[in-house]
Design a protein around this ligand. Structure first.
Ligand SMILES: Cc1cc2nc3c(=O)[nH]c(=O)nc-3n(C[C@H](O)[C@H](O)[C@H](O)COP(=O)(O)O)c2cc1C
Length: 384
């Protein structure tokens, strides 16, 4: 049976991923913080967006293409940065970059990925996005930007919604530590998941490649012993820091983790190129508004391109985000469900699912292009 028949939706990939991943890896990928209400809220807010079908348009041939940063995009969706991606599947970053680039979609590499910018950048063919958690040390900061640029990354994404480490209680309970180490408990979970264990046996457990390289350099130098991976990153940058980065980067500059209209206005005044509305999939703060709830007010406050993520699981969700005012959508976990479920052929299958779902639902809406989507409506009692 072909993939389209066996796994027609993201939920199929998610269910299979959960069966194939050791418990601690699943919990790393899937857990949010606190009671995980923000993660549920993201989903509920998307579900609440209704799009009235439009009829009698005759035959149309929907095209879900759009433009972003001056480039045509065949689909309005890409791959969000996910730290330690390679824990879900060996070589995850490169598999995702290749599949996304092949389909013309952007791939964003995390600062805390398991592969180096040099190992992944070439696969993005000059269209990659590099996500930065800001290094404290000015020399490391400049070096990181230079390495990302030289490796072929075009767009810089500054993530600002991690002012301090998250507590992420489910993950703590799961027993995963940084760097990952197979304690007897984790080894037992691994033994129960032979496909993952076999794939990982060839490479060993992955680590944060770029950060560990800098940490090793620092340890060789005369810096104090606090110069370990955690110290390297100044997780709570200020406006001064943002300006430095913006001026140092020759290419589109995006700020990720925006949820308020006043912040959107401030950032527009600072000359950033796009805002990324995100609550980090609920992984940081459990009283954050859903991204689909936050979007309309931000749309009203700024003319900047808006990117949205959080709980997006289908082409229909992407249309909902577009109808609410987003220009582009990113997905994080779903790509990793695809990898865990199907290995390296998973991401291309997910792209097929999204494309088919976008087109099927655009037919229902009588929308030949994304500019033809109707204004969304909300059920009574729900206001964004
Ligand atoms: C396991 C995991 C690791 C993540 N690591 C990062 C990261 O290193 N940098 C970052 O900016 N965002 C990170 N994020 C957040 C994603 O970029 C994105 O905002 C979020 O996953 C979108 O929601 P979705 O997974 O429901 O699509 C991570 C998310 C997950 C699930």
């Amino acid at each position: 049976m072909d993939l389209a028949s066996r796994y027609p939706a993201v939920s199929d990939l998610k269910a299979r991923a959960k069966r194939r991943l050791p418990r601690f890896v699943w919990d790393y990928l899937d857990s949010a913080t606190g009671d995980e209400a923000t993660a549920r809220r993201n989903r509920a807010a998307l579900d609440a967006v209704l799009l009235p079908p439009s009829i009698l348009h005759g035959e149309i041939d929907p095209d879900p293409a759009t433009m972003l940063f001056g480039r045509p995009q065949p689909l309005p969706v890409g791959v969000a940065p996910v730290g330690m991606s390679g824990l879900v599947w060996p070589g995850a970053e490169r598999h995702l970059a290749e599949a996304a680039t092949e389909a013309g979609l952007p791939y964003a590499l995390s600062t805390v990925a398991t592969m180096l910018p040099e190992e992944v950048g070439p696969a993005t063919q000059g269209e990659g996005w590099f996500q930065i958690y800001p290094p404290r040390d000015p020399e490391i900061r400049a070096d990181m930007l230079r390495r990302a640029k030289d490796a072929g990354f075009r767009v810089l994404v500054l993530t600002v919604d991690v002012p301090a480490p998250s507590r992420r209680e489910r993950q703590v309970r799961g027993g995963l530590r940084q760097p990952p180490r197979l304690t007897p408990r984790l080894a037992l979970q691994t033994a129960l998941r032979p496909a993952w264990a076999l794939a990982m046996a060839r490479t060993g457990l992955p680590r944060m490649a770029l950060i560990e390289a800098y940490a090793a350099d620092l340890q060789k130098s005369s810096l104090p012993s606090t110069a370990h991976a955690g110290y390297l990153l100044r997780t709570s940058p200020d406006m001064e820091y943002l300006r430095w980065l913006r001026d140092a980067w020759d290419g589109p500059f995006v700020v990720k983790g925006v949820l308020r209209a006043d912040d959107a206005k401030r950032l527009e005044a600072e000359g950033v190129d796009a805002l990324w509305i995100s609550n980090h999939a609920g992984r940081q703060f459990d009283a954050a508004p859903a991204t689909a709830e936050a979007l309309p007010a931000i749309r009203a406050a700024t003319k900047l391109p808006l990117i949205l993520d959080g709980g997006v699981e289908s082409g229909l969700d992407i249309l909902r985000a577009r109808a609410l005012g987003a220009d582009f959508v990113m997905m994080g976990r779903a790509w990793h469900y695809a990898l865990a479920a199907l290995g390296p052929r998973g991401p291309a299958h997910l792209i097929d699912i999204l494309r088919a779902d976008l087109i099927a639902n655009m037919h229902q809406l009588g929308a030949a292009t994304l500019a033809d989507l109707p204004a969304p409506v909300y059920p009574p009692g729900f206001s964004p």
